[in-house]
Design a protein around this ligand. Structure first.
Ligand code: URA
Ligand code: SF4
Length: 226
């Protein structure tokens, strides 16, 4: 992991400023967030939120009560990406608040991650009818919004959950094969994991999900991402 991240500033480890920031980190400071930059990031997310609420780019739009952009800490270096909102998400306007969300929240908690300290989003922002898997054309139509979200949030680690998110982010299929493996894509770490809804339907895979999350938590703590 080469550059170190403090707020919007990417500092190479050789500069004097970097050693000062490293020292601050040992004192327990996680972020040096410049107020101006911080407001900008939140403002950019609000603008994106307004854009997806109005979006009619794919056939999912008539089915939504509201578009669901994302939730969590916009300063977290960890970005988890699911498939698309379900019924409860469509009502509450937040990703992963239904049954699969409860499993995700619990699994994160079991490895010491408070879900409020990471950021959680989906590939498509509108609920597919009967919670079906979003079609490739719908995912492609919506993908520029996720790309913009990644641009705004600048995560160090992306965690696609399940096949649809993994195929959009990594261009690979076969979650059984790739889950828990570390990839680099455009300078960002990517670790696919099982989708929590899949784990709900296949409870024997829960230990594998926990195992992958535990490794993610360990690395994240090592780099000061949590
Ligand atoms: N809830 C979400 O927000 N996304 C999913 O993929 C599943 C449930
Ligand atoms: Fe637009 Fe995405 Fe909703 Fe489709 S799913 S209407 S592309 S915001």
């Amino acid at each position: 992991m080469s550059p170190d991240r403090f707020g919007e500033t990417v500092v190479t480890t050789s500069t004097p400023l970097a050693s000062v920031l490293q020292y601050w980190r040992t004192l327990g400071f996680r972020w040096l967030a410049l107020p101006e930059a911080s407001r900008q990031r939140e403002q950019q997310l609000r603008e994106l939120q307004a854009t997806v609420q109005r979006c009619r780019l794919c056939p999912l739009h008539p089915n939504r009560r509201q578009a669901v952009l994302g939730v969590g800490d916009p300063w977290s270096p960890l970005l988890f990406v699911g498939e698309g909102p379900g019924a409860q998400e469509d009502i509450e306007g937040q990703p992963f608040v239904g049954a699969a969300g409860q499993l995700l929240t619990k699994a994160l908690w079991m490895v010491g991650i408070d879900r409020r300290r990471v950021y959680i989003a989906n590939v498509v922002k509108c609920r597919p009818p009967e919670n079906r898997t979003p079609r490739p054309s719908e995912m492609s139509a919506c993908f520029p919004y996720l790309r913009r979200q990644i641009e705004i949030l600048r995560p160090a680690l992306l965690v696609p959950m399940g096949n649809p998110a993994m195929s959009m982010i990594l261009g690979r299929t076969g979650i059984q094969q790739w889950r828990g493996q570390w990839f680099q894509k455009n300078g960002v770490w990517v670790v696919p994991i099982y989708h929590p809804a899949y784990v709900l339907r296949n409870p024997e895979t829960f230990p594998l999900l926990l195992n992958d999350l535990r490794q993610i938590a360990e690395v994240a703590r090592h780099f000061g991402w949590l």
